[in-house]
Design a protein around this ligand. Structure first.
Ligand code: ASP
Length: 584
């Protein structure tokens, strides 16, 4: 038997027992007469002692071991002289009688402890060593626990877990596909699923009215911080449901997760915020509601007073930064620089300082104190606050102000990872206009149904049509989203047409789904949650990478496996592929 106990389980009640432990040597401290070893496995760390009167063989062996060697220790559990209350096993230690080396180890490239001295790249390259560290182990355990809770809840609600294939045709989520060449069908390619969207809809046609899957999705998107080319979704679909039914069940699911994973009771019904309200009050379709500082439009108050910047603007909006009246010139300048950065692109920042004895602003030249005060009051400012105002095209301005709101909140320490403010964002627009290509795109995907009362505007004013689509948002992050689907083939054809597909293209890409619908499609809808994101939200970290055992780096590479990589000429030949220099 390699071990009788793990390195995390021995306590005072085990004193006097003879145990066998196995694990990795985290630390060796040789004090001459005595040698201490911190022995680690995924359950914890136990202190091993080898004393002067320990058997000679054990003494000799511990002299040789180094960090990360794999050893087995037989010994007696004894009460420690000086207890370590910080360690769960801190009341005891094991005095070694026998020490066996199971595997020697090279000196690891970084320290494998709670906090490592290794840089990001190095730890990615040796991910299997990083994964030995307690913080990463805790993350993997959290992820496992969450997966079990997801399955438990959904299975109890009657959902079936059904797997869908990875080698499929193109799936429509708006990103580029990863493709896989087929050897048996020369010059043809599979695509990896961007989501199982069409497959889960086919399962609804097949009569599996409650489906879920914890499933890998693949999207070849441009690099953005903390995006992974492959990631995991909790994918769900239901038949004979309306939006309300989907929101009801997944609200209960979310509360179940908070309760059973985090020990947090969310007693209130989740807030439902129409998309337009989220945009106008927070400048984002994923508002961070952990704090206030809502926006107020002041176009009517600010225009027509001879301040040309405002006079020429389509939209003027601001918010009151809580308790920021004491901001110095330097702080304001640095926030001005922040909004003027290329990524944000504002032209400048207007401020109003609100004090007990009056207001002072960067636009005092153009407005009377009463007019300035009216603007500040509209933004909900009270004495001690500082109002920040931006102007320009409506949605661009709102997005810019959102960046500023989040930055100010960050500086004020309001983005507390221990606090959770979940909500549903509903009533998304169905289409989004793209200036560059001069056409509409589906905000969600082409199967999302319009709101019945808005169908009348499909031809005359597509931009006005709202969708039966909803997002689950928490702390400024979109955690999930979905929609009620179109199950009327006429309406679906119309959607394809509005999205610029010819009937032939639509048939070629989505014919299999449309044809399936001809055999009896139930009304259906669903949603998908980002599992990695949900893990990082619960784990209190910004990065989804920390919750994926073997993630890719920001360039989409697996630096540990050195993938992607080149393949042999024979393999290329079999696949009828020819290489080209990138610049050709
Ligand atoms: N397939 C969608 C997505 O991946 C989710 C859904 O509509 O169910 O975003």
């Amino acid at each position: 038997m390699y071990r009788t106990h793990t390195c995390g389980c021995l306590r005072a009640c085990n004193v006097n027992q003879t145990v066998t432990l196995a694990g990795w040597v985290q630390k060796v401290r040789n004090l001459g007469a005595m040698t201490f070893i911190d022995l680690r496995d995924r359950y914890g760390i136990t202190q091993i002692v080898v004393e002067e009167h320990s058997p000679a063989e054990a003494r000799e062996t511990v002299c040789r071991v180094g960090r990360e060697w794999v050893i087995q220790v037989v010994g007696k559990v004894v009460e420690r002289q000086s207890k370590n209350p910080k360690m769960p096993t801190g009341d005891i230690e094991v005095t070694a009688e026998k020490v066996a080396i199971l595997h020697e180890a090279e000196v690891p490239p970084f320290t494998i402890e709670e906090v490592s001295d290794g840089g990001d790249d190095l730890r990615m390259k040796y991910r299997y060593l990083d994964l030995r560290r307690p913080p990463l182990q805790r993350n993997m355990i959290l992820r496992h626990k969450m997966a079990q809770e997801i399955r438990r809840f959904l299975s109890d609600e009657g959902f079936l877990e059904i797997e869908t294939p990875c080698l499929v045709g193109s799936t429509p989520e708006g990103a580029r596909d990863f493709v896989v060449p087929s050897r048996m069908s020369p010059n043809q390619f599979y695509a990896l699923p961007q989501s199982p969207q069409t497959l889960k809809q086919l399962l609804m046609v097949a009569g599996y009215d409650k489906y879920f899957q914890i499933v890998r999705c693949f999207r070849d998107e441009d690099l953005r911080a903390d995006r992974q080319p492959e990631f995991t979704q909790i994918d769900c679909e239901m038949s004979f449901v309306e939006q309300e039914d989907v929101l009801e069940i997944f609200e209960r699911w979310a509360k179940h997760m908070f309760r059973h994973v985090m020990g947090i009771e969310l007693t209130e019904p989740l807030r439902r915020m129409p998309w337009i309200e989220a945009m106008e009050k927070y400048g984002s379709d994923k508002p961070d509601l952990r704090f206030g500082m809502e926006f107020a439009e002041i176009t009517d108050l600010a225009k027509g007073h001879g301040f040309s910047v405002f006079d020429e603007a389509e939209y003027i909006t601001g918010f009151a930064a809580t308790g920021c009246a004491a901001y110095t010139r330097k702080q304001i300048d640095s926030l001005t620089e922040f909004v003027k950065r290329q990524q944000i692109g504002a032209k400048g920042l207007v401020w109003i300082r609100v004090a007990e004895d009056g207001v002072k602003s960067s636009i005092d030249k153009f407005y009377s104190p009463e007019e300035v005060r009216a603007m500040a009051e509209r933004c909900g400012a009270v004495a001690g606050d500082m109002v920040f105002i931006l102007c320009g095209k409506k949605f661009k301005t709102l997005t810019q102000l959102c960046a500023l709101r989040l930055e100010v909140a960050q500086q004020l320490g309001l983005r507390d990872p221990q606090k959770f403010a979940p909500l549903w964002v509903v009533d998304f627009p169905l289409f989004e206009w793209d200036d560059e290509t001069q056409r509409y795109y589906a905000v969600h995907h082409p199967f999302t149904s319009p709101k019945l009362e808005d169908v009348q505007y499909l031809d005359s004013d597509p931009g006005r049509v709202r969708a039966n689509a909803y997002d689950f948002v928490c702390n400024g992050t979109e955690i999930g989203g979905g929609s009620i689907r179109i199950h009327d083939s006429k309406l679906q054809e119309k959607m394809f047409e509005l999205l610029g597909f010819t009937p032939e293209e639509a048939q070629k890409r989505f014919g299999f789904l449309m044809n399936a619908f001809k055999y009896g499609a139930p009304p259906h809808g669903g949603l998908a949650f980002g599992f990695d994101r949900l893990c990082s939200l619960f784990g209190g970290s910004e990065s989804i990478r920390d919750y994926i055992a073997f993630p890719k780096n920001n360039a989409g590479r697996d630096v540990m496996l050195d993938a992607p990589g080149y393949i042999d000429q024979t393999q290329l030949d079999e696949l009828y592929l020819q290489l080209r220099k990138p610049e050709e």
